[in-house]
Design a protein around this ligand. Structure first.
Ligand code: FAD
Length: 566
C-alpha cells in the first residue's frame, strides 16, 4: 500500500478527531492539519466558563499544542495557516500564512473539511461593527471579551440570543458580577425545549437577577446601550452576539462542492462530498435526521466527532453504519440543568407527526434525602404507536442522565412500553425505585390507553377564566402558601368524606403539588362514578412555573394567589 497524504482543513473538534483517528489506523500516513487560528484542539464548549473564572487560565482551554501533535502522533498541525483555495482537479491546496501573508501549496491524496460554522452577525443591525460587539467562536474571541471588560470597566452586558451559547455567556458574565440582559427575538430561550418546559428556565434566569427580554429583536447598537424593535433601550457597554451560526462553506463552494437544501455541505452515507477524495464533517455539513427522515443542520461536538471517526474509518475500508442523528444537548442555567433529545412539540407539528406528550414532576432521589430535588420531565411519543420521539428534562438534579437514557431508547426505536419496563440503577441517593423515566412511561401508557385523562399546564388559565371546577387536593398548610384563584380545596385526606362537594355533572380538574396525589384521587373518583375527571399535569408547581414569567412580562393578573416553587 502506498503512503497516503491526508490533509485536513480545520483543527478543532472534527478536524483533530479525523487526524487522531487516521493516525490510529495508519502509522505511515502523512497527516497535515491546517488551522487558520492560533490554536488547534481547543474546547469550544468550555469557552464561556473562562468569563466567570471557573476556568482560570485561557491556556487550559487549549487541549493540545501543535508540538504535542507532532511528538506524540506525528501529525503536522499548522496554526495560522488558512486554506484559501482547493484545486480539486489537481488535488492541491493553496494556503496562506495568516501572519506573514506567505502563500504555499500542498498536494493531497485525501482531503477532509471540518471548517465549522461562523457566528451570524446581521449587517442590518446598525452598530454591529462597533468595537464593543463580540461573538464567541474561539479562544481569541473569549480572551478579547475578557480584556475588553477589564480595560473598559464594563458594568452592563447585553447577550443577544438565548441558545445554549447565549445562556452560558449570560450566566458566566453574571457570575463575574456584571449586570446582564439577555435578549431573544423568539418568545422563548432554548428552542429545543418546549414552551411549557422552558418557563422553568425563564423563572430561573429572572430569579438570578438577569433581565430577560423575549420576543424583541435588537435593531441598533450604540456605545452604551442598544435598542430593540419594540423601542426598548437596554444599557450595555458590551454586547455579545449569539444568535446562531452559519456553516463555513465559501471555500467548499468555490471548489465545486455541492451544498444541500439546508445550505450546508451535502455528504453521502460515508461523509464524502460530491468531489473525488474529499470528505466533510462537523458544523459545516448537513446530516440525516433519524426521526424526521430528512436533512438538517446539527452544530454539536458529539456528532462532529462521530462523523470524523466514521469518515476516517471509511478511508481505510471499514464499514460505517450511518444511522443519522437525533439531536441531544444539555446546558446549565444557574442552578437548573436542562437537557433534551429527539423531537420537540414544534418539530412534530411542523412535520405533521401525530404525537402526544406527558409532563411529570418526580423527585430525582428518594424525597427524604436532603438534596433531593424535583425533576420536570416531558416525554413525547407518537400516536397511536407509542414510539418514543423526544424527551426534555429540567431540574437541579441529574436530569442529563434521564435524557441520555431516553436518547438511547430513541436510537433503538423503543416504545413507551419498553421504557416502562426499563431496569435502571437505583439507590436512594441516585434515584427512586421507579425512576422518573419509568414513571413518565407509565403515565404515557395510561393516557394512550385511555385509562385516565389529563389537561396540560398551558390549559389551566383558560379553565380558570371559564370558571371550571378545579379541585386542589393538597393539605391546608400547602394550600395557604398559594393556590389557584377560585379553586376548591378538598384535601386528599378527606375527599372521600366530601364527595357531596364534588360535582358529577361537570368536568372536575384535579391537582396537588406535583401530580402524584391528584392522579390517585382521579383514579378513585373514576371508580366512584365520576366520568369527567382530569389530572392537571404538572400540578401547582408546574402551574407556578408556567405562569410566573409570562405574568411578569405581560403584567397580567395572576391566576394564583401566590406562586410556589418549592
Ligand atoms: P470547529 O470546532 O469550530 O472547528 C473549525 C475550525 O476550522 C475553526 O477553528 C476554524 O478556524 C477552522 N477553519 C475554518 N476555515 C478554515 C480554513 N479555510 N483554513 C484553515 N482553518 C479553517 N457543542 C456541544 O455539543 N456541546 C456544547 O456544550 C457546546 N458548547 C459550545 C460553546 C461554544 C461557545 C461554541 C462556540 C460551540 C459549542 N458547541 C458545543 C459546538 C461545538 O463546539 C461544535 O459543534 C464543534 O466544535 C464543531 O466542530 P467542527 O470541527 O465542525 O468546527
Amino acid at each position: 500500500m502506498s503512503k497516503k497524504r491526508v490533509c485536513i482543513i480545520g483543527g478543532v473538534a472534527g478536524g483533530a478527531s479525523v487526524a487522531a483517528r487516521i493516525r490510529r489506523l495508519d502509522e505511515h500516513a502523512d497527516i497535515i492539519m491546517f488551522e487558520k487560528g492560533p490554536h488547534v484542539s481547543f474546547s469550544n464548549c468550555a469557552l464561556p466558563f473562562y468569563l466567570s473564572g471557573m476556568i482560570d487560565d485561557s491556556d487550559k482551554l487549549v487541549l493540545m499544542q501543535p508540538d504535542t501533535f507532532l511528538k506524540r502522533y506525528h501529525i503536522d498541525a499548522r496554526v495560522h495557516h488558512e486554506v484559501v483555495k482547493i484545486d480539486a482537479e489537481q488535488q492541491i491546496l493553496h494556503i496562506k500564512h495568516v501572519l506573514t501573508g506567505e502563500m504555499i501549496q500542498e498536494p493531497y491524496d485525501t482531503l477532509y473539511l471540518s471548517p465549522g460554522a461562523k457566528p451570524i452577525m446581521p449587517k442590518n443591525i446598525s452598530g454591529i461593527e462597533k468595537d464593543h460587539v463580540f461573538s464567541v467562536r474561539n479562544v481569541v474571541d473569549i480572551k478579547a471579551i475578557d480584556s475588553y471588560i477589564k480595560e473598559h470597566d464594563v458594568k452592563h452586558a447585553a447577550v443577544v440570543g438565548g441558545g445554549y451559547i447565549g445562556l452560558e455567556i449570560m450566566e458566566n458574565l453574571k457570575e463575574r458580577g456584571l449586570e446582564v440582559t439577555l435578549i431573544e427575538a423568539a418568545n422563548q430561550v432554548m428552542r429545543p425545549i418546549d414552551f411549557d418546559m422552558v418557563q422553568i428556565v425563564h423563572q430561573e434566569i429572572v430569579s438570578k437577577g438577569v433581565e430577560l427580554v423575549v420576543g424583541e429583536a435588537v435593531c441598533a447598537i450604540h456605545n452604551d446601550h442598544l435598542l430593540t424593535n419594540q423601542g426598548k433601550s437596554i444599557q450595555a457597554e458590551i454586547v455579545i452576539m449569539a444568535i446562531g451560526v452559519l456553516p463555513e462553506v465559501a471555500l467548499a463552494v468555490d471548489a465545486g462542492i455541492k451544498l444541500g437544501k439546508t445550505g450546508a455541505i451535502e455528504v453521502d452515507h460515508n461523509f464524502k462530498t460530491n468531489l473525488k477524495n474529499i470528505y466533510a464533517v462537523g458544523d459545516a455539513i448537513e446530516v440525516h435526521h433519524a426521526l424526521l427522515h430528512k436533512t438538517t443542520r446539527l452544530t454539536l461536538a458529539g456528532p462532529a466527532q462521530r462523523q470524523a471517526r466514521a469518515a476516517a474509518d471509511h478511508l481505510y475500508g471499514r464499514v460505517v453504519k450511518n444511522k443519522g442523528f437525533i439531536g441531544s444537548s444539555s446546558v446549565k442555567v444557574f442552578d437548573m440543568n436542562i437537557a433534551s433529545t429527539g423531537l420537540n412539540a414544534n418539530q412534530c407539528l411542523e412535520n405533521d407527526i401525530r404525537f402526544d406528550s406527558v409532563y411529570i414532576i418526580a423527585s430525582d432521589k428518594v424525597s427524604i434525602i436532603p438534596d433531593a430535588k424535583p425533576m420536570h420531565l416531558k416525554l413525547l411519543y407518537e400516536v397511536p404507536t407509542g414510539k418514543i420521539l423526544g424527551c426534555q428534562a429540567v431540574g437541579k438534579g441529574d436530569v442529563v442522565k434521564r435524557v441520555d437514557v431516553a436518547a438511547a431508547m430513541i436510537t433503538m426505536d423503543a416504545h413507551i412500553d419498553d421504557l416502562k419496563d426499563l431496569e435502571l440503577c437505583y439507590s436512594p441517593l441516585f434515584s427512586t425505585a421507579k425512576d422518573p423515566l419509568n414513571h413518565a412511561a407509565l403515565v404515557a401508557l395510561n393516557v394512550i390507553n385511555g385509562e385516565y385523562k389529563e389537561v396540560k399546564v398551558s390549559e389551566v388559565r383558560d379553565l380558570v377564566s371559564k370558571g371550571a371546577f378545579i379541585m386542589d387536593v393538597r393539605e391546608s398548610h400547602e394550600y395557604e402558601q398559594g393556590h389557584i384563584k377560585g379553586s376548591h380545596h378538598i384535601p386528599m385526606s378527606v375527599f372521600r368524606e366530601r364527595l357531596k362537594d364534588i360535582p358529577k355533572d361537570q368536568p372536575v380538574y384535579i391537582h396537588c403539588r406535583s401530580g402524584q396525589r391528584s392522579y390517585n384521587v382521579v383514579r378513585a373518583l373514576m371508580q366512584l362514578g365520576y366520568h369527567d375527571v382530569y389530572n392537571i399535569s404538572g400540578s401547582f408547581l408546574g402551574i407556578s412555573y408556567y405562569e410566573y414569567y409570562m405574568d411578569q412580562k405581560l403584567s397580567r393578573d395572576p391566576i394564583v394567589t401566590q406562586y410556589n416553587f418549592n
